[in-house]
Ligand binder design. Structure first.
Ligand code: NAD
Length: 367
């Protein structure tokens, strides 16, 4: 059979790495295996034109290796554009560890993972993502300097999640300004899906401003914990995507805006922390535009975390971290304006600015 009669799914099996749909000219993909600790990890290095590829490590119980590889490919690519649009001199990378963070994560496994990171000599710099904590990064730091997001007592900038949440809050306010003519979120009906490290902190900002917040999570204990602290409602329905709301804030995992959910969505604005919210950024970006749902691109508004860890490399202080994070408000408005002026999706508008920056640097390097 020739390739033109094979489906993309069949092709991706014949060409299991470079043939993946999520493959986008990644520079390097590293498969890490260690029998003694049970470590199975994939490090994706998407692009290093602007600097070393920095991005967190996610530990997740993937259903299969395809899922893990695609996550590494999609997430590392996202980091390239996130750093580019935020004006940081960093490339895009990300790592995934296959396994259950609650039961399979051990100090030995983290140390071994750190050794793999070290073997890349700084081309990839890690940090925490879902399933990871600053304490895990402290362990990685024992074997390599190529790690950020370590604890403050060890010279790091600490947990990036509150800064990420603050940036998301800024992006959400900018989107509200664009949509409603005011960035005050008081009385806005906001659904926060996933109230982990970032989600909870976002809930705090929102409730402080008087937004009407509904929270959803698959972890019942977390829901109770968060409700005990803030004035929120726990979502009790069956299908969050069908609920009328002003703002949908996806703060769990990616791809929640997909063929199944997009038709049901009735929000005015989508602004959340999760990476890769659009299952298909071209198709679903366009569909959101047609439905007049304003999408604040995830890689733009969730950049607070990378701004925070970048401070560890560049030695800037807390004030500068806050200033750069608050600037997400201005960049978001700029992108929403650009999208409107050119009748393109907000995602395309953000990507075009990020790509311009990378291409300009590439041309300078080639001179
Ligand atoms: P976390 O692991 O602390 O929290 C994720 C939460 O989502 C958990 O409470 C989990 O139970 C919940 N969840 C998982 N699946 C769910 C589902 N189907 N429905 C509802 N809830 C579900 O992670 P985090 O650090 O808060 O990150 C959240 C998201 O933001 C992730 O997509 C992450 O990649 C992204 N992000 C995080 C940072 C950061 O600084 N931590 C930075 C940028 C982007």
């Amino acid at each position: 059979m020739t390739s033109d009669v094979l489906s993309s799914k069949e092709l991706s099996k014949i060409n299991p790495v470079f043939g993946q749909l999520s493959f986008d000219n990644h520079e390097q993909i590293v498969f890490c295996n260690d029998k003694d600790t049970g470590l199975k990890a994939i490090i994706g290095i998407h692009n290093t034109v602007l600097g070393p590829a920095l991005g967190g490590t996610r530990m997740w119980n993937y259903n299969n290796e395809w899922e893990a590889l695609n996550d590494a490919l999609r997430l590392s690519r996202g980091m390239t554009f996130k750093s580019a649009i935020t004006g940081l001199n960093l490339g895009g990378g990300k790592a995934v560890i296959i396994g259950d963070a609650k039961t399979q994560k051990t100090p030995e496994l983290m140390r071994r993972f750190g050794e793999f990171v070290h073997s890349l000599s700084g081309k990839y710099i890690t940090a925490e993502d879902v399933g990871m904590t600053t304490a895990d990064m402290d362990i990685v730091r024992e074997v390599t300097p190529y790690v950020t997001g370590i604890s403050e007592s060890k010279g790091g900038a600490g947990n990036p999640s509150p800064i990420t949440a603050y940036g998301v809050f800024m992006g959400m306010k900018a989107a509200a300004n664009f949509r409603y003519g005011s960035d005050i979120l008081e009385d806005k009906n906001v659904f926060v899906q996933g109230i982990g490290h970032v989600g909870e902190s976002l809930v705090e900002h929102l409730t402080n401003e008087g937004a009407k917040v509904t929270i959803a999570d698959i972890n019942q204990e977390r829901l109770e914990e968060v409700r005990a602290k803030y004035d929120v409602t726990i979502y009790g329905g069956q299908d969050i995507y069908s609920e009328p709301m002003d703002i949908y804030a996806p703060c769990a995992l990616g791809a929640t805006i997909n063929d199944d959910t997009i038709h049901k969505l009735r929000a005015d604005i989508i602004a959340g922390a999760a990476n890769n919210q659009l299952a298909d950024e071209v198709k679903h970006g366009k569909m959101l535009q047609e439905k007049n749902i304003l999408y604040a691109p995830d890689f733009l508004i969730n950049a607070g975390g990378i701004i925070n860890v970048y401070a560890e490399l560049e030695n800037y202080d807390r004030q500068e971290i806050i200033r750069k994070t608050e600037n997400i408000y201005n960049t978001t408005l700029e992108i929403l304006d650009r999208a409107k002026a050119n009748n393109i999706t907000t995602n395309v508008a953000a990507m075009s600015i990020a790509k311009e920056r990378i291409e300009t640097r590439k041309r300078e390097q080639q001179k």
